[in-house]
Ligand binder design. Structure first.
Ligand SMILES: [Zn+2]
Length: 488
């Protein structure tokens, strides 16, 4: 078993190199000796379940990088070779379980997961190969052809990694024992958007998928939501059905559910406000804290995490008493460490990585606090925060800056630093959706904003060059191709 996980924003100017894995999470067969994070939860679970059956476990690489641009060819090759070398060294395997992200793109390779699986399959042609994916993946035919079982997370925000890993283990065990014969089929929904699963029509749809898994002959149903900011041919939502030796049933069910999902496209998609309208709403609110999601600068989707469009908007309109974060700015962190807590400084904050970062903001600030080694929860996992600095500007403006690119998942990112969010009129978070559940508990209101940036949620404007026609760029992507539907 192994984990290889990053989600590639092909529009980013930041390469993903080995340093990106080293600074986030890189272990060589030892990931299960420490507490789980989102992408190693599966390894913990698989080890426990396999050892309970008396199986011998070979644990290989666990490599996770915060999303950025294409992974360099040298880095990708080195990581994949570690997995294949470990597999060869183990003398082969009966069952191979991989936690991959599903949207990794390297220099010269658009479908990294398909490539990994092809190389693993070549070493162990008869093994049962099971794959767990983040649902923000590009599901490709190569991935289906080279594996036996693929299961995606169902929940966004992701809090079901262990549950899905458990299902995958069950099915892989049964397939290996010859009790079932998994056959996969997928359907291209021709949609690019983001789908929060916790409420409304999307909640009902996920529940419906889970219910359909009980149908005779159906083993598993996944919706690959897709990852919008990847310029690859297979970008977009795919409905994936695994049947027990029933290809027609898998194809029929995938098409049926995929068409049902397309019919719900307005209800299940996100509808963020433009920046100006969002600030109007925030200004009109009499009760705090109003939480503003800076959707365009989610480092979890490969954006730099240092954009200033929202900060500048708040300052220019004279908002008081707000907390905002987390700005990725290692230069500011270094200057603050050199100056020390309690120092008054003039700092140039954010706006450094590229055009999608906007212009930097110059502010006189007090360095209130510096902390290293903190984490924030995402589901059951604890995600690192790097070195964090709390800056206080005039008008009770609190700014969190750090040296490790990460989105905001949880209020504890602010609270551990000493910032009391209940006292704030406004809190802004650089995140798309993962913050939603934990912040809903402290927010009077949540407003999602279509800010500019590397993860701008204006999906009709994505500069994709390889994709099929998709909604919302065209109103009926199926008609555009001159046919009612086609299987992927
Ligand atoms: Zn995801």
């Amino acid at each position: 078993m192994a984990t290889l996980s990053t989600e590639t924003n092909t529009f980013s100017n930041m390469p993903t190199a080995m340093s990106g894995f080293q600074s986030f999470f890189l272990r060589h067969g030892t990931a299960t000796q420490e507490p789980p994070n989102l992408m190693t939860e599966a390894l913990h679970l698989w080890r426990a379940r396999a050892e309970a059956l008396g199986w011998t476990v070979t644990e290989s690489l666990a490599a996770i990088a915060e999303p950025a641009g294409r992974t360099t060819a040298a880095c990708y090759e080195s990581l994949v070779q570690e997995i294949t070398t470990d597999l060869e060294g183990s003398g082969g395997a009966d069952v191979i379980l991989l936690q991959l992200h599903g949207a990794m793109v390297a220099e010269g390779i658009d479908d990294c997961e398909g490539d990994v699986l092809r190389r693993v399959r070549r070493i162990c042609p008869d093994a049962t190969i099971g794959v767990s994916l983040d649902q923000h993946c590009h599901l490709t035919q190569a991935m289906l052809d080279e594996s036996d079982l693929i299961i995606c997370f169902k929940e966004y925000p992701h809090d079901d990694a262990s549950a899905r890993a458990d299902e995958l283990f069950d099915l892989a065990r049964r397939a290996h024992a010859g009790e079932i014969r998994p056959v996969m089929h997928m359907y291209d929904c021709r949609m690019i958007n983001l789908y929060l699963t916790k409420t409304g029509a999307m909640r009902s749809f996920v529940d419906q998928m889970s219910k359909r898994e009980q149908d005779p002959g159906i083993l598993s149903i996944s919706l690959g939501h897709g990852f919008p900011w990847g310029d690859v041919a297979d970008v977009g939502a795919r409905m994936l059905v695994v049947s027990d030796d029933a290809p027609d049933l898998a194809a029929r069910t995938a098409q049926q559910l995929g068409e049902a999902f397309f019919d719900l496209r307005q209800e299940v998609s996100c509808h963020p406000l433009p920046l100006c309208a969002a600030l109007d709403q925030a200004a009109a609110s009499t009760q705090g804290p109003v939480v503003l999601a800076d959707m365009g600068d989610n480092s979890g989707g490969g954006a730099p995490g240092d954009s200033t469009f929202l900060l500048r908007g708040l300052l220019e309109r004279g908002f008081h008493n707000f907390a905002t974060g987390i700005y990725w700015d290692p230069m500011v962190v270094q200057l603050c460490q050199d100056a020390g807590e309690g120092s008054h400084m003039r700092l140039r904050i954010g706006g450094k990585t590229g055009a999608e970062s906007g212009d930097p903001v110059d502010l006189p600030v007090l360095v209130k606090r510096i902390r290293s080694g903190l984490g924030q929860h995402l589901g059951q996992g604890l995600e690192p925060l790097g070195t964090m600095v709390w800056l206080r500007a005039q008008n009770e403006v609190d700014i969190l800056v750090n040296d490790l690119r990460t989105q905001v998942y949880h209020p504890e990112a602010f609270e551990q630093m000493g910032i009391d969010l209940s006292e704030k009129a406004i809190v802004t978070v650089k995140s798309l959706f993962h913050f939603y559940g934990p912040f809903a508990k402290v927010a009077s209101k949540i407003i999602q904003i279509a800010t500019p940036g590397g993860t701008s949620p204006r999906f009709e404007d994505l500069p994709l060059t390889k994709s099929s026609p998709y909604w919302p760029k065209v109103q009926n992507p199926f008609n555009t191709l001159g046919e009612a539907s086609s299987d992927a």
